[in-house]
Design a protein around this ligand. Structure first.
Ligand code: HEM
Length: 137
């Protein structure tokens, strides 16, 4: 990842981090509006899940500089997701819903360039998770 994109991602994440729980809660709320059929896949407490996703996002951002370091974690995460019933097609909706929630919370600091940087980062994460799901299949 080039230094400029890395800077865009880390600095925008730092700006959003104080409200990360709010961001993730907003994401789930909107995800189930966008596709209500996904709701039954989430069997655990949504507060616990919110916490888990916030932690995963922190981990991803901290690992962007050297993605190979977090690859085994993303592979494991992707393999578990296949077990939750998650299919490759779901990743696009999750990415777009997360991007919308970020843009909403970031308000006027959000730019198209940030949107593109985050789209790339989330596609990278999804690609690694799907690879993990395939390796485990
Ligand atoms: C950006 C990609 C994603 C990340 C970083 C992520 C992260 C996580 C984390 C950290 C967990 C906690 C459990 C574990 O570690 O195995 C989890 C659970 C889960 N995720 Fe994801 N996830 C992603 C994409 C998706 C997608 C595309 C779906 C499809 C709808 C999905 C559905 C679920 C479900 C159903 C659970 C289990 C919830 C439960 O047991 O109640 N995730 N996710």
């Amino acid at each position: 990842m080039d230094p400029h994109t890395l800077h865009l991602l880390t600095s925008s994440f730092a700006a959003l981090e104080p409200r990360l729980d709010e961001l993730v809660a907003r994401f789930y709320e909107q995800l189930f509006v966008n596709d209500p059929s996904l709701r039954p896949m989430f069997k655990g407490d949504l507060m616990v899940q919110t916490d888990a996703l916030a932690k995963a996002l922190r981990l991803v951002v901290s690992g962007l500089e050297d993605v190979d370091r977090i690859l085994p974690i993303l592979h494991g995460l992707g393999a578990r997701h296949a077990g939750y019933g998650v299919e490759p097609a779901h990743y696009g909706l999750v990415r777009d819903t997360l991007l919308d929630a970020m843009a909403e919370l970031a308000g006027e600091i959000w730019t198209d360039e940030l949107g593109e940087a985050w789209t790339g980062a989330l596609n990278l994460v999804a690609g690694a998770m799907l690879e993990g799901a395939e390796l485990a299949a």
